[in-house]
Each structure stands twice: as structure tokens, then as C-alpha cells.
Ligand binder design. Structure first.
Ligand code: ZN
Length: 132
């Protein structure tokens, strides 16, 4: 089976499931995902306890990856387990990069996203303190 055939069968499965609107579990997941996204944004934006956030963040990111992977598996992976082949490594890389590039400032408590990966000596863009 070549890649084109695989992609077509995945698309067919997606289309056949969406006849008559998206399945209820898909809508439920989107609502859940939205609430999760909003509450995590509020927490990481407004909570200024850097130590707490530093502890919570990796757990949160891994949890998000597992939930997302589980959902894709639930929707497509049962008929097409081959979707997990690119999905699982991609989720691992994305989670790792997310954890690695997010820093927390002890001085002002800000969450600093998209920081350089390879330089560890960094200064907070909000207050200028050195990041540990
Ligand atoms: Zn700061």
C-alpha cells in the first residue's frame, strides 16, 4: 500500500464519519479542549508563582500530548493504526520543544514562551532578571 492510498483511506474515513455533522464525541472533545486551553492560558498568564508553574508545566504538556494522541487514536487510529506512526514521534518532539523553550522568571513570575533552545543564560524580557 503506497502513501497516496493510505492518505485517501484516511480522508474517506474522516468524511464518512462527518456525514450528518461531526460525531458528538468530536464536539465534546472540542469543548473540553477549548476549556483546557483557556484555563491553562489563564493559569500560566496570571499566576506568578514561577516555582509552581515550573513544576506544573511539563506535566501539563505531557498530559495534553497524551490526551490529543488518545483522541486521534479514538477518532481514526482504531481503523487506521498507521496514523500513530508519524503522530507519536511528532507529539513527543513538540512536547519536548514546548517544555524546553518555555521559561519562568523567578523575579517577576512571568511565563516566557519560545525561548532559544541552546542558550541557557537568558534574561527575562519583562523585568530583565537573569533566568535560572
Ligand atoms: Zn521577569
Amino acid at each position: 500500500m503506497n502513501t497516496t492510498v493510505q492518505m485517501t483511506s484516511i480522508a474517506d474515513a474522516t468524511i464518512s464519519q462527518s456525514v450528518g455533522g461531526p460525531p458528538p464525541e468530536f464536539i465534546a472533545f472540542m469543548v473540553f479542549w477549548g476549556i483546557l486551553g483557556l484555563s491553562s492560558f489563564l493559569f500560566f498568564h496570571f499566576n506568578h508563582n514561577a516555582t509552581l508553574k515550573r513544576n506544573v508545566f511539563p506535566v501539563f504538556i505531557i498530559l495534553i500530548g497524551v490526551i490529543f494522541g488518545g483522541f486521534v487514536y479514538y477518532i481514526m487510529g482504531r481503523q487506521h493504526p498507521q496514523v500513530l506512526l508519524p503522530l507519536v514521534p511528532a507529539l513527543i518532539v513538540i512536547s519536548f520543544l514546548n517544555i524546553r523553550t518555555t521559561r519562568f522568571c523567578d523575579a517577576c513570575g512571568k511565563t516566557l514562551y519560545r525561548q532559544p533552545i541552546f542558550t541557557r543564560t537568558q534574561y527575562c524580557s519583562h523585568c530583565g532578571s537573569e533566568l535560572k
